[in-house]
Ligand binder design. Structure first.
Ligand code: HSE
Length: 298
């Protein structure tokens, strides 16, 4: 009647795939304990590690769980304890970890009435509360693992993408908070045909590279000329960190989600760790506190 779960951090967008691509980090995330209770409904009973609302309707985990309970009859309820390690506004899917964790855990306690892809739909309600936009590119990889593509949100169509065996992610979080809603407000609502052609060429290239384990092609495809130029100015040291990652062997590098975290992909753990060290040195030199994670992508 009780479940303890790991709620992984995620990297959304992956440069060319704004709002559609994402990947799951194995080594960074929150924890959650969910238990059945005789009282109906959802209660958030504990939040450790972050100053977040305890009211169910104002908490992303609560809202996602409520969306799920609307679709299933129960004569009991659930209590949720949240142990946050992922900071809000970090760009590695803090709200997604909570939203996805809540629906995943409750689904397990209910005997799995929903598939993981169906859970994405409920978790998206948490994202809507967090940023005003029900994007699925963090909750999909949090629930399905590895790389995911959100081909469509209406109707929802999520595809799990194959990941090459030696692909690693490095992600550095300079310790400033950047709200997704703010990072979305700097974006333009239209793109030129020329930019769109470049972008969908790269999305196709990235997916092809992942399936054929063509690391060079993955690297060539990790480009974003639509979102990155507008958002990177909000991130301290972005250009230097990105260039340092590339100079140290990264296949590609860009903004993680809506930032301020910056990610790099590389072939092999050694390369990912070398990049982590080089990125760390930049923020040390800038006297800016940071957190860094290296993770395989499964
Ligand atoms: N695709 C979303 C954005 C991800 O970039 O705004 C937010 O984590």
């Amino acid at each position: 009647n009780t479940i303890k779960i790991f709620c992984p951090a995620t990297i959304a967008n992956l440069s060319c795939g704004f709002d559609v691509l994402g990947l799951c980090l194995e080594t960074a995330g929150d924890e959650m304990i969910i238990r059945k209770s005789s009282e109906k409904g959802i209660r958030i009973t504990k939040i450790i590690g972050a100053d977040l609302p305890m009211e169910t309707e104002k908490n992303v985990a609560g809202v996602a769980a409520l969306a799920m309970l609307e679709k299933v009859e129960t004569d009991f309820g659930f209590e949720i304890e949240i142990y946050k390690n992922i900071k809000a506004g970090s760009g590695i899917g803090s709200s997604a970890a909570s939203s996805a964790g809540a629906v995943f855990g409750i689904n397990e306690l209910l005997g799995r009435p929903f598939t993981r892809k169906e859970l994405v739909l409920f978790a998206m309600q948490g994202e809507k509360l967090a940023s005003g936009n029900a994007h699925a590119d963090n909750v999909a990889p949090a629930l399905l693992g590895g790389f995911t593509l959100v081909r469509s949100t209406n109707p929802l169509d999520i595809i799990k993408i194959k990941s090459p065996s030696e692909l690693y992610a490095t992600v550095v979080h300079p310790q400033i908070e950047l709200r997704t809603s703010d990072a979305r407000s700097v974006l333009k609502q239209t793109v030129s045909l020329t930019s769109a052609i470049t972008q969908w060429g790269n999305v196709g290239g990235l997916i092809a590279g992942l399936y054929t384990e063509d690391y060079e092609l993955i690297g060539r495809s990790l480009h974003d000329e639509i979102i990155e130029p507008l958002r990177s100015v909000l991130i301290p040291g972005f250009d230097l960190i990105k260039q340092t990652a590339l100079d140290n062997g990264a296949l590609g590098s860009g903004i993680s989600g809506s930032g301020p975290s910056i990610f790099a992909l590389s072939k092999g753990k050694k390369a990912a760790e070398k990049i982590a060290k080089a990125m760390s040195q930049i923020y040390k030199n800038m006297d800016l506190p940071y957190e860094i994670h290296v993770s395989k992508i499964n």
